[in-house]
Write a protein that binds this ligand. Structure first.
Ligand SMILES: C[S@@+](CC[C@H](N)C(=O)[O-])C[C@H]1O[C@@H](n2cnc3c(N)ncnc32)[C@H](O)[C@@H]1O
Length: 288
């Protein structure tokens, strides 16, 4: 059973709702916009009634019970597909037929189907979309140089980044999340997208002891500033010398401090991109 808290809100608060519930700790956020209308419906799907009621106490609105298996049906209208450069399109396709239709509609692009389930990462959030763009550019660079690369995705959510890496030519990709639901959803998405070999494991990056083999040319860490700051020593450890990491989920008000901590841990910040209130950075582990 799931409990959904819902409330109508002005469209101008959409970012604020996203930020308030980012990370998915309280539940999965669904924002429905109605074309031509200035109101949005904000819904938070929670596993515990207590959590939904606490959100109601804080923000008003209403709480109702929903059956979990109807998730697809009760979710908002499928969000529009997200195109990344000329390489990828991320859409809400769930079934084989929907995947086939999406491929037909987007010839020349790798299609990644990520239905809006119980994990963060449909490609719509600025933090995910920016990492996807950087990942495409990095993959183009590897292909041009004829270099093989592998990818590790820390805080995989829906698995979107690791799946994208494999589609973009990574020899292998692996992702982890401390939320067991995210790991399950990621595995499902790997299979849905024809890359079941992408491994996803339940790992808390703050307690993680990586093996020697867990060391990558490309690492993605869309994890929020405070977690990044504490995880930097581990992040640097799992990067190959000369490898890159995409750091995301950083509020711009926290970016200076967060990226300084990254530099202190041995990273060189090569790019810093701001989209809305979010900062994403590309950083490199210097050789030697
Ligand atoms: C902003 S989402 C990013 C999801 C996906 N990688 C993307 O780019 O859309 C952050 C994810 O990190 C996970 N996470 C947060 N703290 C973590 C930790 N300490 N260890 C592992 N995963 C964590 C959350 O459960 C969530 O799925």
């Amino acid at each position: 059973m799931l409990y959904v808290w819902s409330k109508l809100s002005s469209q101008k608060w959409a970012d604020a709702w996203e930020e308030r519930f980012s990370g998915g700790a309280q539940g999965a956020l669904v924002i429905t916009t109605v074309p031509g209308r200035t109101m949005i419906r904000v819904e938070l799907y929670c596993e515990k009634e207590k959590v939904a009621l606490e959100v109601q106490k804080e923000f008003g609105g209403s709480v109702r019970k929903v059956k979990q298996q109807n998730w697809a049906a009760i979710s908002a209208e499928p969000p529009p597909p997200v195109k990344v450069r000329d390489a990828l399109v991320i859409c809400a396709a769930r079934t084989k037929a929907e995947m086939a239709a999406a491929r037909k509609a987007h010839p020349g692009r790798e299609v990644i189907g990520v239905p809006p389930d119980m994990a963060f990462g449909t490609g719509h959030h600025a933090t995910t979309a920016t990492v996807l763009r950087l990942l495409v550019d990095e993959a183009v660079g590897f292909a041009a140089a004829g270099k093989a690369w592998r990818m590790g995705d820390l805080g995989c959510g829906s698995g979107i980044l690791a799946i994208a890496a494999r589609k973009l030519g990574a020899e292998s990709a692996w992702g982890c999340d401390f939320d067991p639901k995210a790991v399950l959803v990621s595995r499902e998405n790997g299979t849905r997208n024809g890359v079941p070999e992408v491994g996803f494991d339940e790992v808390d990056v703050l307690k993680w002891k990586p093996t020697k083999a867990q060391c990558w040319e490309v690492v993605a860490a869309n994890l929020f500033a405070d977690i990044l700051e504490n995880a930097f020593p581990t992040i640097v450890k799992v990067m190959k010398p000369g490898g890159v990491v995409f750091l995301s989920g950083i509020l711009h008000t926290q970016a200076d401090e967060c990226l300084k901590a990254g530099e202190a841990a041995g990273l060189v910040i090569e790019r810093r991109l701001k989209v809305g209130k979010w900062v994403t950075a590309k950083a490199r582990k210097v050789v030697g």
